[in-house]
Design a protein around this ligand. Structure first.
Ligand SMILES: Cc1cc2nc3c(=O)[nH]c(=O)nc-3n(C[C@H](O)[C@H](O)[C@H](O)COP(=O)(O)OP(=O)(O)OC[C@H]3O[C@@H](n4cnc5c(N)ncnc54)[C@H](O)[C@@H]3O)c2cc1C
Length: 520
């Protein structure tokens, strides 16, 4: 989708990178009246929202579960449903089938979830109700609103949140690792604990490291998550339409190779074919290594900025995907019927110890593809995801990045398939596509080493420190240059936070007011 651009023109804003955050930033600014150019390296916008179509099978190779779909400001402010966006919300969000015929089902009905846990442990069912009861006000009053507000310095944020009882409780939880959170609420059953830890582990988080206020997000919002009807790319298409219908321009197939400074101010971007586009403001959604070290150039950074940017840490764990097009049906063999209805089914592990041991093998590089994966059958929830008479299967698992992936991919995929076949009846496989971490970074340069979130969530890279204390307010020490991708606060995933904050701050610098303001 390339809109016409006048190649010598000057813009109010050039947005670098057309993933969800770049599109949100550009769409808001265009709607607010700015003259916007969005520049994307690939042949299409979307970034982590890409959906590749193979003769009628729609493969979400990256993001599929949208945790903040109904609460991200862009949804309402930009009237995305009017531009074609529809979500489906499977009632059974996550299922954990066990070998003895029992299953844990986390559904959108709290009582049903509690009853499911009670089939395994009455005690843990009570713990879950208590935990859920605390997490909901934490999310509603603090976590969700804060996702769309600029971060305060750590101490100020703790003081601000700690003004209320539930805020104080959130501060306590934020100090804990996922394992400590479930200890805190008193869970004892090894299967329930495994399930509750899987919500964090599936994204590569280390279960013994504090996760800030993200544990409640990755549990509760995953249970509330939706799938985009027609594939995740439909969200980027809706944002694209908002952008161009408000006069914004898109230049795809154009890698930004340079951000030019003049007198210390960012004034222009240069793309691979040598064209230069000038703007009053430049908003980069690329990772800090790209934006500062490569595009601006390490030699043009102040010492402070260079020292803030250079130590950027990448996640150790990433994801391996296996996508299957099936002629005929895909049916879980488990006696609990809700397993077959689930948006995500976790296969392969029974207890908390199994999970810890598996993750140790992942980190040692010795885990097999047949140990643990989570499975989604998108076509069970949305018939448009596969041709008539066919189903689409998507399996994903946590792995380490390794340059050797290219040779080991098929064997690992075979093992994953073996694990799936142990639990699920599959018709004839007519399409098979492995998606190892090396393919992730080859497709999206922002996702170095198969990074899910443009950089790990350590204390030094979260909140006010994301990407560093000089740039977390979106404006950077370089006048005219702003950053607002997943490596900025509030981080990765399809949450729409960085792009929204990017638009807000860039808009203010241009004297524009954003449409909606639903996050205020
Ligand atoms: C395998 C995988 C599965 C995931 N699943 C989920 C999920 O289910 N749910 C979820 O919420 N999140 C998921 N994520 C995370 C999510 O995809 C990302 O956090 C999100 O896409 C980040 O958005 P962004 O706009 O900041 O960056 P990106 O999506 O990375 O977009 C950046 C854009 O910049 C472009 N670009 C790069 N370099 C240049 C350049 N030099 N010039 C111009 N353009 C450039 C890229 O091509 C890309 O389009 C997943 C990630 C991975 C890797």
């Amino acid at each position: 989708m390339t809109a016409t651009v006048t190649k010598t023109d000057t813009y109010d804003t050039i947005v670098v990178g057309g993933g969800p955050n770049g599109l949100i930033c550009a769409a808001y600014l265009a709607k607010a009246g700015a003259r916007v150019l969005l520049v994307e390296r690939r042949h299409e916008t979307g970034g982590g929202l890409n959906t590749d179509e193979y003769y009628g099978f729609r493969l979400n190779l990256h993001a599929i579960y949208h945790m903040m779909s109904d609460v991200m400001p862009a949804y309402g402010d930009l009237a995305l449903p009017e531009f074609g966006l529809r979500y489906v919300y499977p009632h059974v969000a996550c299922a954990f089938p066990f070998e003895d015929g029992k299953a844990l089902c986390f559904t959108k009905d709290l009582d049903e979830t509690v009853a499911s846990i009670a089939t395994i442990s009455d005690h843990d069912a009570d713990c879950f109700r208590r935990m859920w009861g605390e997490f909901q006000p934490m999310l509603d009053q603090y976590i969700i609103p804060l996702t769309y507000q600029l971060p305060l310095p750590v101490v100020d944020q703790v003081v601000e949140i700690g003004q209320t009882e539930i805020g104080e409780r959130l501060n306590e939880i934020s100090e804990l690792s996922p394992v400590e959170v479930i200890d805190e609420y008193g869970f004892t059953d090894p299967r329930v604990r495994m399930a509750l830890l899987s919500f964090s582990a599936m994204w590569g988080f280390h279960l013994e490291d504090p996760l800030g206020y993200l544990y409640p997000v990755y549990l509760c919002r995953m249970i509330e998550a939706g799938l985009v009807k027609g594939g995740s790319h439909r969200l980027s298409s809706a944002l694209y339409r908002v952008l161009v219908s408000n006069g914004g321009e898109v230049l795809d197939d154009s890698e930004v190779t340079r951000i030019h400074l003049d007198g210390g101010r960012a004034v222009a971007v240069e793309v691979a074919d040598g064209h230069r586009f000038e703007a009053s403001t430049i908003a980069s959604t690329l990772n800090p290594e790209q934006t500062f070290l490569q595009l601006v150039g390490a030699e043009n950074l102040s010492n402070d900025l260079r020292h803030a940017v250079e130590p950027w840490e990448w996640e150790e764990r990433t994801l391996f995907g296996l996508h299957l097009g099936i002629e005929g049906e895909v049916t879980s063999r488990h006696p609990e019927p809700r397993v077959n209805e689930a948006m995500i089914t976790f296969l392969g592990l029974e207890t908390e110890d199994d999970l810890h041991e598996h993750l140790e093998r992942v980190d040692a590089g010795t885990a097999g593809g047949d140990e643990w994966l989570h499975l989604t059958v998108p076509s069970h929830h949305d018939r448009t995801m596969a041709p008539a008479g066919h189903e689409l299967v998507r399996a994903e698992q946590v792995v380490l990045y390794d340059e050797g992936w290219d040779s080991g991919t098929q064997a690992f995929g075979d093992q994953a398939l073996e694990l799936i076949r142990r639990h699920v009846d599959l018709g004839r496989i007519v399409l098979r596509r492995e998606y190892p971490p090396t393919h992730i970074e080859a497709k999206l340069r922002t996702m170095k080493r198969g990074s899910i979130k443009h950089g790990s969530y350590t204390n030094l890279q979260m909140g006010f420190n994301r990407p560093n204390d000089l740039c977390s307010q979106v404006a950077t020490p370089i006048p005219g240059l702003f950053t607002c991708g997943a490596s900025n606060y509030a981080g990765g995933m399809i949450i729409g936070g960085p792009g929204y904050l990017g638009a807000k701050v860039v808009g203010e610098s241009l004297g524009l007011e954003l449409p909606g303001g639903s996050a205020e």
